[in-house]
Design a protein around this ligand. Sequence first.
Ligand SMILES: NC(=O)c1ccc[n+]([C@@H]2O[C@H](COP(=O)([O-])OP(=O)(O)OC[C@H]3O[C@@H](n4cnc5c(N)ncnc54)[C@H](O)[C@@H]3O)[C@@H](O)[C@H]2O)c1
Length: 349
Amino acid sequence: MIRLAIIGAGSMAGEHAKHFGRLHGVEVVAVCDLDGDRARAFADTYGIPEAYTDLEAMLARDDIDAVSNVTTDAAHKATSLAAIASGKHILCEKPLATNAADAEAMAAAAREAGVINMVNLSYRNAPAIHQARELIAAGALGRIMHVDASYRQSWLVSHAWGRWDQDSQWLWRLSEGHGSKGVLGDVGVHILDFASFPVGDISAVNCKLKCFDKAPDNRIGDYRLDANDSALMRVEFAGGALGTLQATRWATGHHNSLSLSVHGDRGALRVDLDAAKDRLQVCLGEDVHPARWREVTAPDTPSLYRRFIAGIESGHNDQPDFARGAALQRVLDACFVSDAEDRSLALAG
Ligand SMILES: NC(=O)c1ccc[n+]([C@@H]2O[C@H](COP(=O)([O-])OP(=O)(O)OC[C@H]3O[C@@H](n4cnc5c(N)ncnc54)[C@H](O)[C@@H]3O)[C@@H](O)[C@H]2O)c1
């Protein structure tokens, strides 16, 4: 039995509690949040025996094997380093940190401690993205020339996920002072992974970020609303392809839509997670002439939660690990410099 603790008892932590709670051989034994009422309510909801506000006290328990870190982005580094120092295996939410230097320090600490470490880049749970990677690696599309990928959200417009102007879980995401890197850090990291996991590393970026006015004086209470909410990236992949990647919170008409198109000199593929997580469209071989698309169903993929537990059991660290989280963070950092200095940046290979 693997005994797991959750750090952070907010909205996403509920997903972790549900997924780990369903896994055979895993017991969620504790939760910690700075907010004691929230931690206790969370423990009651998910039947977790112990709730803490003192992280060190929870981590001092040697009957806890692993932690799931679901704190706010700015808290990932300190809380993860504490968990690693106490020898716990760790699944940390994305983005791994708020800058590449911190993410690299976390990856180095996990490597040196020899703990299993993974980042919850949750769209890796979609079987279609694994099938896309396999088709590209097998050469089915030929030489990849052109990529476009979008992550569209609309919680600044739609009330489907709650009120962004009233709820702390949205307000911290809008405020650099609360550790947010805006839409780029929040879901731009997902679309970077969604494109580069199948296509390959990104070697150069040119990025434009925008923060739109959305409240009087762009402030609500303690929250200064200064983090970007739309991001456009022009990228070059190490394999030579060009791509456009975008992320926005202003995609009226979409709740949470990810899509990817990849075009090679012998074929193309499209993934649209709104349509299906386990299916993709392909246009290959002779079909490229009439531009005829066919649907392919991808085999099932174990969830990241399951693969994290399997890694603890086997001692084999699956992907995406902290080193991958740090590599993505280097691209994000380059995007911020590119936007601030209005120029393209090459990334070290
Ligand atoms: N993988 C995904 O698809 C996905 C989806 C949503 C959120 N997330 C990530 O999950 C994390 C949490 O997001 P959320 O929407 O649940 O936010 P949230 O604001 O609802 O919850 C965060 C919780 O962390 C707690 N916290 C902050 N610092 C802490 C500390 N030092 N020790 C203990 N608790 C601490 C807060 O009190 C809060 O209860 C973020 O990093 C976010 O980017 C990932």
